[in-house]
Design a protein around this ligand. Structure first.
Ligand code: NAI
Ligand code: AKG
Length: 524
């Protein structure tokens, strides 16, 4: 049974996929109200009100996924989630249209003084000339951040007869051409635009992206809009420029502090505002709730998520290609870790054969998580595997090769410590399953599932018999046994599997036998 905490107001109809699922309990409570039971939740669903800090994450040791019913994840400490192995997903396009429409409504309201005119009439006045506005037609609209929302605004602006200038360092010339917009640097755009609207995420680079220094290069009387995140336009600087009438007016849906109690921008008539309503439509809220509900469900069922912030995005088709090897590499990592009784310096993997014509990075993350899972206490998975390796100074190598050692596909993993190294090869055969086919250069074949004992010994009569006798005397049943050697009379290996893990006592007894070089226990 998975327990999911819905901590913000998320549209209940959109949560239907989770409500319909078996083995899922959905609890709608604010964090403060759920304080006593935070440790029980497997998933957390939020909008922008809940601040998902590292402190909160640490109070939720069972948490596996955080879902943001919306776009911006600036209310979530994503690095902390990553460190704790928690997947973060969002709903990237469910509220695009609503936010673009809201921005457009704000733009029209700003140009025609609609909120001011509205208040004036309600106050019993009839001041027509005081609210003379400007047309949007023929004006230059500067869009900063040409992603999903920026793109939808550009389309609407074109229909209004506006000339669209955009600044986005990541915009390709192809997309600019398709959208029929002029791509410029920020320095070029600012002096040309009559109206500027920002649609970037809030990051360390975009915080204060528009400030008094660069806004002074704008035309006197420019209009500014922020329906993205508070702080992209520096609030103090904006206040100063509005007082000077350098900026004629601003439309703000978002603020650095929300609600913006005491914010001096609210004192100015030239500022029109809404309480972070960009995505507040029935349609957008249904879309984002459904998107995240489906993502959480898919994730809890063990399938890949499409909109993760801290995992590589992987499509269903891609996952189908990756899936057969996903568990195999994790088990190979676990074998490597359990057989290396020392610190690990290097993990390298080669994906051999025709099968690997896809992005193998998720497999490498699965391999690394397999290595560290048996060594670390906390959560270890594909989300934090690379971070854990980096923190421990472990070098990771990944190669693709055409050589599959006679198999249709073959994955070769080498785990290196200060003094030793272990080489493992595995393959996957359709309708047959995964097999380990070589350990330390010894050909062998076993299914990597269960409790194992790996014994390296001298190849001579009696060794296998002695092992069997000692186990038999203590009534330990051998489930399977595989042997391998390189040459007669040299070193050889045995891999035995048991229904239960081998006891310490039995391990010691076997270890005392003559002609045994070394042995390891593994649970896979
Ligand atoms: N007011 C509201 O209710 C809503 C606000 N938002 C905000 O709008 C933002 C944008 O949303 P989408 O368009 O869906 O995101 P998106 O990811 O599709 O687009 C963001 C664009 O910003 C660009 N960008 C990034 N750094 C930049 C920089 N330094 N300078 C210029 N451009 C830069 C990116 O290249 C990208 O094209 C979100 O991050 C969110 O914070 C989103 C939805 C609702
Ligand atoms: O949840 C909301 O209404 C805020 C939407 C938003 O800001 C976003 O999706 O980034």
């Amino acid at each position: 049974m998975y327990r999911i905490l819905v901590a913000d107001a998320i549209k209940p109809e959109g949560l239907e996929p989770l409500l319909q699922a078996s083995e899922i309990e959905l609890i709608q409570k604010k964090i403060e109200e759920a304080e006593e039971s935070l440790h029980e939740f497997d998933a957390l669903l939020v909008r922008s009100a809940t601040k998902v800090t590292e402190e909160l994450i640490e109070k939720m040791p069972n948490l596996k996924i955080i879902a943001r019913a919306g776009v911006g994840v600036d209310n979530i400490d994503v690095p902390a989630a990553t460190k704790h192995g928690i997947v973060v997903v969002n709903a990237p396009d469910g509220n695009t249209i609503s936010t673009a429409e809201h921005t457009f409504a704000m733009m029209a309201a700003l140009a025609r003084h609609i909120p001011q005119g509205h208040s004036s009439v309600k106050n019993g006045e009839w001041k027509r000339s005081a609210f003379t506005g400007t047309e949007l037609y023929g004006k230059k609209l500067g869009i900063v951040g040409m992603g999903r929302i920026g793109g939808e605004i550009a389309k609407r602006a074109k229909v209004f007869g506006m000339d669209v200038l955009v600044f986005d360092p990541f915009l390709t010339s192809d997309r600019a051409k398709k959208l029929n917009v002029t791509s410029l640097s920020l320095e070029e755009l600012l002096p040309l635009a009559d109206i500027i609207t920002v649609h970037t995420p809030l990051t360390s680079e975009t915080k204060g992206l528009l400030n008094k220094d660069n806004l002074r290069t704008c035309k006197k009387g420019v209009y500014l809009l922020n329906c993205a995140r508070g702080g992209i336009i520096d609030e103090d600087d904006l206040y100063e420029l509005l007082l000077e009438n350098h900026v004629a007016g601003a439309a703000l849906d978002v603020f650095v502090e929300e609600p913006p109690a005491g914010n001096k921008l609210l004192e100015l008539d030239s500022v029109i505002t809404t309480p972070h309503l960009g995505a507040s439509t029935k349609e957008a809220q249904f879309n984002v709730a459904t998107q995240v509900a489906q993502e959480v469900l898919v994730f809890l069922e063990g399938n890949p998520v499409a909109n993760s912030i801290n995992l590589p995005a992987i499509s269903k088709e891609q996952f189908e290609k990756v899936q057969p090897y996903y568990q195999l590499v994790k088990q190979m990592g676990s074998i490597g870790s359990q057989c290396m009784k020392e610190g690990i310096n290097e993990i390298s993997v080669t994906y051999g054969g025709e099968a690997f014509h896809f992005d193998t990075s998720i497999l490498t993350k699965s391999l690394i998580s397999g290595v560290f899972k048996t060594r670390l206490d906390g959560p270890v998975n594909e989300v934090n595997a690379l971070l854990i390796a980096k923190e421990r100074g472990v070098t990771i190598g990944e190669k693709i090769s055409t050589d599959a050692y006679g198999y249709a596909n073959c994955i070769s993993v080498t785990v290196k410590g200060d003094n030793r190294q272990l080489d493992i090869r595995g393959t996957h055969v359709e309708n047959y399953g995964s097999r380990i086919v070589s350990l330390n250069g010894f050909n062998i074949e076993f299914l990597p599932e269960g409790n194992f004992l790996y014994i390296q010994h001298t190849d001579q009569p009696g060794v296998i018999g002695n092992v069997g006798r000692i186990l038999g005397d203590d009534e330990v049943n051998i489930a399977t046994m595989q042997v391998g050697r390189k040459q007669a009379g040299g070193e050889a290996i045995m891999v035995l599997s048991f229904d239960k893990p081998l006891s310490d006592e039995m391990f010691e007894k076997l270890n005392e036998l003559p002609d045994i070089s070394f042995m390891y226990r593994m649970s896979l």
